[in-house]
Design a protein around this ligand. Structure first.
Ligand SMILES: [Zn+2]
Length: 238
């Protein structure tokens, strides 16, 4: 279990940096402070622990460290441990781990910048197709879904970004078709509930709301409830 915690923390800080990266040098240069470029010591690179010990500040210039990286580490460790304590309903652990590893950093980045880096969607597409062995590809249904997604985008282009459409396209190619349908439904159910709740607490609504955090929630929920939703969907309740 300690190894999974370590792995989660390390993957999180790496993937978070890759998501933010504008340049390939991130892959080989030493980690450093974003504001004073002070090179971090190994003891300042321990996931979760270092951030708490440093109280979220650079030890050299005292400027704030991006809290996104810390949140990413905590979330990834949690979701890496989840399958140990809870039986996932869709039994595809490879896909589960790939999904949380790539999508949680993208979700945090979307929350911060309202963008989805293209290199992350591409990374998701290629590793996804490779690791699932193309087994979830259903050419006819996938093409129909991709056309519908684009139609939706051209009709409602102010309510959804093209980055989201690209990400949905990748998800439909690397997951089973019905899994994808549940994910879209859940994304808008969770997103809708969130907006209703937000209405109670804020009079000024944000003009833009990042979609990837909801997509990620929906994907994880679909993983946990896959068989249950299947039963409801195909079991005659609807
Ligand atoms: Zn600094």
């Amino acid at each position: 279990m300690i190894w999974i915690i370590l792995l989660g923390g390390i993957c999180a800080s790496f993937m978070y940096a890759v998501t933010e990266a504008k340049h390939f040098s991130i892959l080989y240069r030493r980690s450093r402070c974003d504001s004073c470029h002070y090179t971090l010591k190994w003891s300042e690179l321990i996931p979760v622990v270092s951030f708490i010990l440093l109280r979220g500040k650079c030890s050299y210039c005292r400027s704030k460290i991006d809290i996104g990286a810390f949140i990413c580490e905590v979330l990834l460790i949690f979701f890496y441990l989840l399958p140990l304590f809870y039986d996932l309903s869709l039994k595809d652990l490879t896909l589960y781990y790939l999904m949380v590893t790539i999508l949680i950093p993208i979700a945090l980045n979307d929350f911060k910048t309202f963008t989805i880096p293209n290199h992350m969607s591409l990374l998701f597409l290629f590793t996804g197709l490779f690791l699932t062995d193309l087994s979830y590809i259903e050419p006819f249904k996938d093409v129909v879904i991709i056309i519908l997604l684009h139609l939706f985008y051209f009709l409602f282009s102010d309510s959804v970004g093209y980055g989201d459409i690209k990400l949905f396209t990748v998800i439909t190619l690397v997951t089973p078709v019905n899994f994808f349908v549940y994910t879209i439904l859940l994304t808008y159910i969770i997103g809708g509930l969130f907006i209703i709740i937000l209405h109670f607490y804020r009079s000024d609504m944000p003009r833009k709301i990042p979609l990837v955090p909801f997509i990620t929630n929906a994907l994880i929920l679909s993983f946990i409830l896959y068989e249950e939703i299947n039963t409801i969907y195909f079991g005659g309740f609807l």
